[in-house]
Write a protein that binds this ligand. Structure first.
Ligand SMILES: [Zn+2]
Length: 293
């Protein structure tokens, strides 16, 4: 780490200390840094999905998730193994570091990640999973406003796999309409029902509380690993919140070069680099234990 990086990290540690509340915007880069890269093959997912990768030639775990399978049994064969792997995956170190870094502050998380890692370290009612959470299923119609947690389901299904396939009779179906269940993840039939609405309401309540009902408070927006794919969910709203509110500071942490527009220069900072390393260093600097430079 060079001196400039070190100075930025110290500046961020000061911003965290000064903040009355912190809004975390978490993207796929955070899970990648934790070893759970859903857009490229990495060991944590290559291992449990090896058979499927070899059989179908998927270019990434998510490519398989959105693959057009020729039967429901094949589709659920893949889903069950993938989702089970994430239920059983250890909590990633960057998530654990993040929890420590913001410890003691009122925190809310807005995330596009669907892999359940945030809910390991923050209470579910403090998280808005905007794109869903694949630890839950919905009816594929959807005929009803209901989500089913699927931990036990996928565990049971993976025990019945025959190669890459689940026997068709084992495919989970909606108890009411009989259509197949699907993971609760954004696609054309994504259920924006009461759970999703409540998620969003809690996010808006958090913003209203810290920006409107508590004048003069400092809100830190901490953007972590947000890519270019869906800027409209986290990045652009964060820029706008910063531009419109004097008490907001924006910090952007990313592997790739990323940052804030020029008009936010006074109230923003960006740190480029491996997120796992950045978060570990921030935690150490905060505790006064950092010895890297
Ligand atoms: Zn149904």
């Amino acid at each position: 780490m060079n001196l400039q990086q070190r100075n930025k990290m110290e500046a961020l540690v000061r911003q965290i200390h000064r903040a009355d509340a912190i809004l975390i915007g978490g993207g796929s880069g955070l899970s990648s840094a934790a070893g759970y890269d859903h857009y490229h093959w990495s060991p944590a997912l290559s291992r449990p999905l090896k058979r499927f990768r070899a059989y179908y030639g998927f270019t990434s775990p998510f490519a398989g998730f959105y693959h057009c399978f020729s039967s429901y049994g094949e589709q659920w064969g893949y889903y069950s193994q993938y989702i089970r792997a994430m239920w059983e995956a250890p909590t990633g170190q960057p998530y654990l570091d993040l929890k420590e870094i913001v410890d003691g502050k009122p925190v809310f998380v807005l995330t596009t990640n669907v892999d359940g890692q945030f809910s390991r370290v923050f209470p579910k009612e403090k998280i808005c999973t905007f794109q869903g959470d694949f630890g839950y299923c919905q009816c594929s119609q959807p005929c009803q406003d209901k989500l089913w947690e699927n931990r036990e389901l996928v565990e049971r299904l993976t025990r019945r796999l025959q190669g890459v396939r689940l026997p068709e009779r084992e495919v989970p179906r909606c108890p009411d309409c009989g259509r197949i269940l699907v993971p609760w993840v954004r696609d054309d039939t994504f259920l924006e029902g009461s759970a999703w609405q409540q998620n969003l309401t809690r996010y808006h309540d958090f913003l209203r509380h810290w920006l409107l009902e508590q004048p003069g408070k400092r809100l830190l927006l901490l953007e972590l690993g947000v890519g270019e794919m869906t800027p409209g969910i986290i990045k652009l709203p964060f820029w706008e919140l910063t531009a419109r509110n004097e008490g907001v500071f924006y910090a952007c942490l990313n592997q790739a070069a990323s940052g804030a527009p020029e008009y936010l220069r006074e109230r923003s900072l960006s740190i480029q680099g491996d997120l796992a390393e950045t978060l570990a260093a921030l935690r150490q600097i905060q505790k006064g234990e950092y010895s890297g430079v």
